[in-house]
Design a binder for this molecule. Sequence first.
Ligand code: NAP
Length: 302
Amino acid sequence: MRDEPLQSRDASSRPPTRPATVVTGASSGIGRALAQVIAREGGPIVLIGRSPEGLSAAAAEVRKAGGEPFVLELDLSLIDAPQKIEDFVAAHGLFCDVLVNSAGYGLRGAAATLPIEDQLGIVDLNIRALTDLTLRLISGMAARRRGGVINLSSVAGALPGPYMALYYASKAFVRSFSLALHQELAPSGVTVTCVAPGPVRTRFLDRAGAGTAGLFRILPELDADDVAEQAWRGFKSGKRLIVPGISAKLTTLAASLIPSAAMLPLVGRLQLKGGDPCPCGSGKKFRKCCGASRFQRRRSAS
Ligand SMILES: NC(=O)c1ccc[n+]([C@@H]2O[C@H](COP(=O)([O-])OP(=O)(O)OC[C@H]3O[C@@H](n4cnc5c(N)ncnc54)[C@H](OP(=O)(O)O)[C@@H]3O)[C@@H](O)[C@H]2O)c1
């Protein structure tokens, strides 16, 4: 594992020579599974995340699968993180041939009651860091006429998500951005693939508070390894969009057919639980405040 401090390398004296895969969100879940799948083809893989334990476990898996791991412990929500990644890659005599943007998180709850900083963190990580990194690296790919980007969107990117508003909106951005880039870069031989799964068995749902409520609860969970296999296969065959799992495909189709006037209340109902803080900011539970009539109706119906 190469995880020396940057200062120990002189980037200017070592022209980048070897193609590498750069994976964000490599310490856990889908990113970690993708790193393992890609490692089977050999070559350097730069693993990025914050958790040292997750990263060193991922590095061991990559080495075992046949790849050469390089670990970069980094908080991607910091404004200078993409520059640090570029510097790290160059300092190790590498260039980014394939970029996997998997780092991301969501939060379930009413936008009016969730902490603003935590919601803006979704914009910083899921949108800004992904965009900055992609824009920095695609020009080199286009000039070399090879490589590409795998971006993790979600089934949530296909529709607006009341009570998980920032997350759904961030994934809609990733989807739109990735599909447009796919079109722009295809003539230069660079592939941009958007991966939009339904629920996947990782730490994500619990971290988002979506493990017990929401659209993610009613759809069957996929395995991260299966999603990674499908994503890598799809990327290698130049696909623009991969929607793993039949339920995610059906949800995406329904989102395009059902009018917003019907879809939004349905998703809202799935996403807000009676015990959640009321969106009106009263500090009371939703079922005891603005949702009282809905829960009374349910009780009298049963
Ligand atoms: N699981 C699902 O149901 C699902 C469904 C559709 C789409 N997705 C998308 O798939 C992607 C991967 O999610 P997952 O399911 O694999 O979740 P996960 O297991 O929670 O992994 C998230 C990854 O993001 C990294 N990360 C989070 N905040 C970071 C930060 N500030 N700086 C650097 N790294 C950060 C985490 O690393 P550290 O904690 O080490 O920093 C971890 O490696 C996300 O973009 C998610 O939106 C997930």
